[in-house]
Design a protein around this ligand. Structure first.
Ligand SMILES: *Cc1c(COP(=O)(O)O)cnc(C)c1O
Length: 429
C-alpha cells in the first residue's frame, strides 16, 4: 500500500481523509504519511519508510513508542476488562499521582480528551464564580468547545468572533480574546470588566503557536489581577503538563515567581500516555462545585477508563524516576542548540527554544512573543524545510504553529542525524 493510495481511499469515507485536520498536511502540502507502526523514537509508514518521530502523537509519547513497562500495564489492565462504568482503584491512584506532583491541584476529575477537560473546566469556573465572561488569548488552543473557538475582533480588547462555522456569535459573546504577553490589554480588560470575569484561561507555554512562553511580568500580573478581581486563573497544561517538567509548566513559573499557583489546571496528552485520557483539577473549594457534590454538571461513560488509567499511571511512574527530566531536557536542548547552530552556519534567520521535552523553532530572527508575530514568520521557508526533513526521514509537525516533542527514546545519534539533515535542508534554501 502506498501513502497516496491510502489517502485516496481515506478521502472516500472520511472528510479530508483524516480524523483531525492538521494530519491532512494542508498547511505544508503533499500526502500525509499513513503510519503502520512505531517503536521507541521511530515510526514506519505504509511504504516501510522509517522516520525519527518529533510529534509523539502530539505530545503523549514522552517515553517513546511501546515502552515495555507501559505495554505490560496496558496488557494486564485489558485482560481485567475494558470498561465498567463503575469506580476503580486505579482512578484513585492516578488522581493521587497527579496531585502529588502538582501542588495547586487538590482534587481532580478524569475525562477522555483535552477538549472535554477544557470545556468542563470552563463550565466549572463559571459555575463556581457565578460569572459569565472569560478571557482567552489569541494563538492558545483549548480544544474545540464552542465558547473557545474564537478569534480576536478588530481593535483592542474586544469580544471575539467564532473561528468555526456552526458557532453562533451569541455563544462566544462572553469570550474576550486578548493578545498573549500584552500587559496593557489585560489591565484594560480587568478595569472594564473585572467583576464579570469568571476566569482567565491560557497555555502557560503556548504550544499551539509553536513555542511561545508567557513572560514573567505578564504571568505575575495575570495572577495579581485574577486574585484582585476574584477571577480564576486556569492553566491549560494539556500539552505542557508532565512534558516541560515533572511539576508541569506551573512548576517552571513557581521557580520564577515566588508562591505562584494557578487556581485550576487542565491536563491531557502525557497523563494518558497515548490513550484517551485527560483531566481537570483545582482547589477542593472549586472542585466541590462539581456534580454529584455541587450544581455544576459533568459526566462521561468512559471517564477514568481502566486501560487508559493503567497506561497513564505507568507513564507517570517512569517520568517520575530520578534524573528523567534532566536527561530529557538535555537531549531536547542539544537538538535546539544543534538546529540554531546549523541555521547560523547556513546564514538562515532562525530561532529555537525548549523546555523539558517540548521545543519550537521559527524562521525568524528572534523568538516571537505573540500569535501575530508567529504568523508573520517565513511560512514558505518552513514548508520547504518540513518536506526536506521528511524526505530525509525526520517527521516534524506539519505546520509552523505547532510545537515539537523529544522523547526519552531519542538517542544522541538520533539528534545528530536530525541536525545533519537540518544542515542539508538549510543549505538547500
Ligand atoms: C491538544 C490540546 C488540547 C485538546 O486536547 P484533545 O485531546 O485534542 O481534545 C487542549 N489544549 C491544549 C493546550 C492542547 O495542546
Amino acid at each position: 500500500m502506498t501513502n497516496d493510495s491510502l489517502f485516496s481511499r481515506a478521502q472516500q469515507v472520511i472528510p479530508g481523509g483524516v480524523n483531525s485536520p492538521v494530519r491532512a498536511f494542508r498547511a505544508v502540502g503533499g500526502t500525509p504519511r499513513f503510519i503502520a507502526r512505531a517503536e521507541g523514537a521511530y515510526m514506519w509508514d505504509a511504504e516501510g519508510q522509517r522516520y525519527i518521530d518529533y510529534i509523539g502523537s502530539w505530545g503523549p509519547m514522552i517515553l517513546g513508542h511501546g515502552h515495555p513497562a507501559v505495554l505490560e500495564a496496558v496488557h494486564k489492565a485489558a485482560a481485567d476488562g475494558f470498561s465498567f462504568g463503575a469506580p476503580t482503584e486505579r482512578e484513585i491512584e492516578l488522581a493521587e499521582a497527579i496531585i502529588a506532583l502538582v501542588p495547586s491541584v487538590e482534587q481532580i476529575r478524569l475525562v477522555s480528551s483535552g477538549t472535554e477537560a477544557g470545556m468542563s473546566a470552563l463550565r466549572l469556573a463559571r459555575g463556581a464564580t457565578g460569572r459569565s465572561k472569560i478571557i482567552k488569548f489569541e494563538g492558545c488552543y483549548h480544544g474545540h468547545a464552542d465558547a473557545l473557538l474564537v478569534k480576536a475582533g478588530s481593535g483592542l480588547a474586544t469580544f471575539g468572533f467564532p473561528t468555526s462555522a456552526g458557532v453562533p456569535a451569541e455563544v462566544v459573546q462572553h469570550t474576550l480574546v486578548l493578545e498573549y504577553n500584552n500587559l496593557a490589554q489585560i489591565e484594560e480588560t480587568f478595569t472594564t470588566h473585572g467583576p464579570e470575569i469568571a476566569c482567565v484561561m491560557l497555555e502557560p507555554i503556548a504550544g499551539n503557536m509553536n513555542f511561545v512562553r508567557a513572560s514573567v511580568p505578564f504571568m505575575t500580573r495575570l495572577r495579581e489581577l485574577c486574585t484582585q478581581h476574584g477571577a480564576l486563573l486556569v492553566f491549560d497544561e494539556v500539552m505542557t503538563g508532565f512534558r516541560v517538567a515533572l511539576g508541569s509548566a506551573q512548576s517552571v513559573y513557581a521557580k520564577l515567581i515566588p508562591g505562584f499557583k494557578p487556581d485550576m489546571s487542565v491536563f491531557g496528552k502525557v497523563i494518558g500516555g497515548g490513550m484517551p485520557l485527560a483531566a481537570f483539577g483545582g482547589t477542593r473549594e472549586v472542585m466541590s462545585q462539581l456534580a454529584p457534590l455541587g450544581p455544576v454538571y459533568q459526566a462521561g461513560t468512559l471517564s477514568g477508563n481502566p486501560v487508559a488509567t493503567a497506561c497513564g499511571l505507568a507513564t507517570l511512574k517512569e517520568i517520575a524516576k530520578p534524573g528523567f527530566f534532566d536527561a530529557l531536557s538535555a537531549r531536547t536542548r542539544s537538538l535546539v542548540d544543534g538546529l540554531n547552530q546549523a541555521a547560523r552556519a547556513a546564514g538562515v534567520p532562525f530561532s529555537g527554544d525548549c523546555e523539558g521535552g517540548m521545543f519550537g523553532f521559527f524562521f525568524f530572527e528572534s523568538l516571537p512573543q505573540n500569535y501575530g508575530t508567529v504568523m508573520s514568520t517565513d511560512k514558505e521557508r518552513f514548508n520547504r524545510f518540513f518536506h526536506a526533513m521528511l524526505n530525509q526521514g525526520v517527521y516534524l509537525a506539519p505546520a509552523l504553529y505547532e510545537a515539537g516533542f523529544v522523547s526519552a527514546a531519542h538517542s544522541a545519534a538520533d539528534i545528530e542525524a536530525t541536525v545533519a539533515a537540518a544542515a542539508q535542508a538549510f543549505k538547500a534554501g
